[in-house]
Design a protein around this ligand. Structure first.
Ligand SMILES: Nc1ncnc2c1ncn2[C@@H]1O[C@H](COP(=O)(O)OP(=O)(O)OP(=O)(O)O)[C@@H](O)[C@H]1O
Ligand SMILES: [Mg+2]
Length: 320
């Protein structure tokens, strides 16, 4: 694959804005710099602007303001160059249900000018990857949701993209399927220098796969870093408490304690960053009692990316 313009950034945006209406700013001055051959995970609650960002970067919609380059090319003035170098798998599926899985892939390869021989080999490889060999000659209309998603992913990979955009690629897949797809993508990244921008609701995937995580909320990147760095900023351990009554005075007192590093509240959960969770549990319970805060659940966890997400957005990533 030719590398574009010898640029070292596979994705670069400056002051990117997308406004759908006066009061709907879906993307709000986003600056992204994603180095070639890395994985960037965009995490954010529903409506945060993830799909809109991907749509701009893949030339499907135009930004209102700011600039964006994908694979080294401007997404507006060099849209054709961009399209030639990317693969996309969308959250909302766009399969032609009348076609068989094999036809979907074959058609896509033809669209990109692949020879018959190239297509045949690639299709066989991808059908095996997403475990659709047996269903390959059935119409997509007979596929389950998970099968359709796997076919979408195979289609995104059909053209050997330099930059692959995956919007919720593994939503609704079982863990085994997810694992095999990630293994394949990791392999592509290593062998072909692939760059990946993904969104996911699975924190473990982001934590494991991403070189860099960007947390987006209300169209703004509110935190960015390696999973490790983001997690380390959270403090050593987290005591998570749910309960009722007296929350204000309880959290106020917590903040004044020396061993308490951070206190975050949201969704009825109080997250307390402490030096050593197991060691401090009893003190937290005592303090709750003193402030008439009734604990319904309490647990100690090592911080995870999910905790980072809650800290910055005040919400759990998963809706359910
Ligand atoms: N075509 C459109 N017209 C008007 N508003 C839109 C349009 N597309 C998206 N929006 C709005 O822009 C905001 C961002 O939407 P977007 O789809 O990018 O969010 P998202 O982060 O992908 O959310 P989800 O996790 O639910 O997929 C939302 O407020 C959404 O309602
Ligand atoms: Mg979306």
């Amino acid at each position: 694959m030719n590398k574009a313009n010898n640029s070292e950034l596979a994705i670069e945006t400056r002051g990117l804005v997308k406004r759908f209406a006066e009061d709907i700013v879906a993307v709000d001055r986003v600056d992204l710099s994603v180095p070639t051959n890395t994985v960037y995970a965009l995490l954010g609650p529903n409506g945060a602007g993830k799909t809109t960002t991907i749509s701009i970067l893949t030339t499907l919609i135009k930004s209102t303001n700011g600039s964006a380059k994908t694979a080294g090319f401007d997404v507006v003035t060099q849209a054709d160059e961009v399209r030639r170098r990317i693969g996309v798998t969308f959250q909302e599926m766009v399969l032609d249900e009348e076609l068989t899985g094999r036809q979907v892939l074959d058609y896509h390869g033809r669209l990109y000018g692949q020879s018959k021989v190239q297509r045949k080999a690639k299709i066989a490889e991808l059908l095996a990857l997403v475990e659709l060999e047996e269903a390959a000659d059935r119409r997509c209309s007979t596929y389950s949701g998970g099968m359709k998603r796997r076919l979408e992913l195979a289609r995104g990979l059909m053209t050997n993209p330099e930059v692959l955009f995956l919007d919720e690629p593994t939503l609704g897949l079982d863990p085994q399927n997810r694992a095999s797809i990630w293994a394949y993508i990791r392999d592509l990244k290593e062998k072909q220098g692939l760059t990946l921008l993904l969104t996911t609701h699975y924190m473990e995937e982001a934590e494991e796969m991403a070189d860099t995580v960007g947390i987006i909320d209300h169209g703004k990147i509110v935190a960015e870093g390696t999973p490790r760095d983001l997690i380390d900023q959270m403090g050593a351990d987290t005591i998570r408490v749910t309960g009722s009554d007296g929350e204000t005075s309880f959290t106020e007192k917590l903040r004044s304690l020396e061993f308490v590093q951070t206190v975050h509240t949201g969704d009825g959960v109080i997250q307390i960053g402490v030096d050593s969770g197991n060691h401090r549990l009893a003190e937290v319970v005592t303090l709750a009692n003193e402030n008439s805060y009734t604990i319904s659940d309490i647990s100690v966890t090592k911080p995870s990316l999910g905790d980072v997400f809650l800290k910055y957005t005040g919400r759990e990533l998963r809706d359910k």
